[in-house]
Unconditional design. Structure first.
Length: 129
């Protein structure tokens, strides 16, 4: 599990520096100029930023949970059926919380329920295997 832990730590560091960079480079300069003119464009950009931040935040939380699980030897088991998740899958998708079978069942029912769920990583998880 050491290589997976390293993967998670690397990803956590990358995420954190990415978030930090964005917070530091907040574009405040054009705030007052042309505020009325391109406020809708600005609004859209802000929404996109927030969306991205949400995703990053969710991913970061996922990494934290995974790291805790590694510490307590709980890592790598399917949340749904309790089977061990294959190491190949974990290396490809370190944040996988379900085995490939449960994941695809879950995807199917979730996609049916909500085609526009934005806070998941279904696309990434599905490319595995
Ligand atoms: Zn399972």
């Amino acid at each position: 599990m050491e290589d997976i832990k390293r993967l998670l730590l690397e990803e956590k560091a990358a995420l954190l520096s990415g978030i930090q960079e964005k917070t530091e480079n907040k574009p405040e300069i054009n705030k007052d100029i042309g505020d009325a003119i391109d406020s809708s464009v600005e609004e859209q950009k802000r929404e996109l930023d927030l969306l991205l931040q949400d995703r990053e935040q969710a991913r970061l939380t996922g990494i934290e949970i995974a790291l805790k699980k590694i510490e307590s030897d709980d890592f790598g088991y399917c949340d749904e059926c309790g089977e061990a998740i294959s190491k190949k899958r974990l290396l490809a998708v370190p944040l996988a919380i379900m085995c490939i079978n449960c994941q695809s069942n879950e995807e199917r029912s979730r996609l049916a329920q909500n085609a526009f769920s934005r806070a998941d990583y279904s696309s990434q998880i599905l490319v595995d295997d």
